[in-house]
Design a binder for this molecule. Sequence first.
Ligand SMILES: Cc1ncc(COP(=O)(O)O)c(C=O)c1O
Length: 477
Amino acid sequence: MRSDCLYTVVLRTKFVKIPINTPVLGKEELSAVVSVVKSGGLTSASKDGGKNVQEFEKSVRTFTKSKYAVSVNSGTAALQAALYALDIKKGDEVIVPSFTFVASANAIASTGAKPVFADILKENFTIDPESIAKKIKKHNLSVVEDAAQSLGSTLKGKQTGTFFELGCYSLYPGKVMTSGEGGVIVTNNKKLYDKLQMIRNHGMVKGYDSKIFGLNLRLPEINAAIAKIQIKKLPKFIQSRRRNAKLLSELLSDTKIKIPFEGKNEKFNWSLYTIATKNRDSILKKLNSKGIGAAVYYPTPVHKIPIYKIKSKLANTDWIIGEICKVVLPIKQEFYPGNPNSQIAICTLASISLLDDLKDSGILSNVAILGRLFSENKGIDSMIQYVYENRNIKKIILCGKEVWGHKSGHSLLQLHKNGIDENYRIINSVSPDPYLTVSKDMIEYFQKFFCLSLLISFFFLYSATISSGVRSNSSDA
Ligand SMILES: Cc1ncc(COP(=O)(O)O)c(C=O)c1O
């Protein structure tokens, strides 16, 4: 590995934006798309859909443990199709949270029915069952789960989207997996399944025999081909997101920020990592100025959007929007463990984008990498923990000045200063930096196994900065 390459990417990260969510697409998706293009079968208006659509739907059935799955061309289309299948029409009312993406209400409006907005729970921002109860006018109602963002989340091991008659997922690129644009509906009800297949295809079964109302909601084959690959990767994506969420929560746990948490028996897919804070605007400004793509989700509750403008008393919704509105932080789905069999680890607190660059440079296959979003002492701890747990790793390369000097005074450089000899081997870490809480075991492990060949090139490049007291200049969010 050439150190000057690494240096270049370290510098570049300062200017690279970390988006909230970016799709993770690879060679497999590319070749699946190429195959569709070569085949010429770009779509199929047959009842069951094309080859890729069918394969994707089969995987969705398996993943969600549902009897049936019908793919469509967006999450919005999935909601529309579900409502059409339940014969929702003008004169009906559909209860929906106001604190959601506008698509939930728009899909209702598209049937001619009236959205009736319910409030949310303060603790987790999801729809409040008591608020629903107050708005119910008749019984034996159907439930459509708008699980657009929650594919892969579970309650007591059961997938969200599978608790009621119909569950709708979005495959938009900001979601945990994508098809470009797309959506999918799951159900265990054969009648609804048959209807959904027709609804996505102008109500047709064969030829031009429209039996019920429908639209062209078909998922094109190219998108289905991407989705078919992505759903195979979904468990890994979720695993990485879960790990990243845990790390973020560790980092933010000592602050006044309200961080998201999983309730009993809940497992999130961590599609979004939402925080609530009174300092929303200043935090956002600071994050954005550092290229971190945090944003307010959602700045206006749906009942206040001009097309709805309904006077509803939704106390918790108003509270969350007005006072401490949710801020979504980026949460990448790749943890960048690199090659777990590698003997070399590159550790950086600097930026996930750096790791993107490293990955693109092709060296990821030769290194085990740990990347972090923010530099905090806990970040360093878990980095050490990772290296400690991965017994293959014999060498660590530290990059990013935050690793070396930190505002609270702790740093691996400090450890280096305190305990390594001229050969960069830790020889005495009995009194490491007081702010660096590294367990004795870990230190012993360092003493025994690690040769910090590290810094070498970086040390010289950054030595001036370090000696002039980088700690106080740390650029943490
Ligand atoms: C809660 C919710 N419902 C529906 C949708 C609509 O999905 P799509 O953008 O795929 O149409 C989204 C998309 O972000 C969503 O977040």
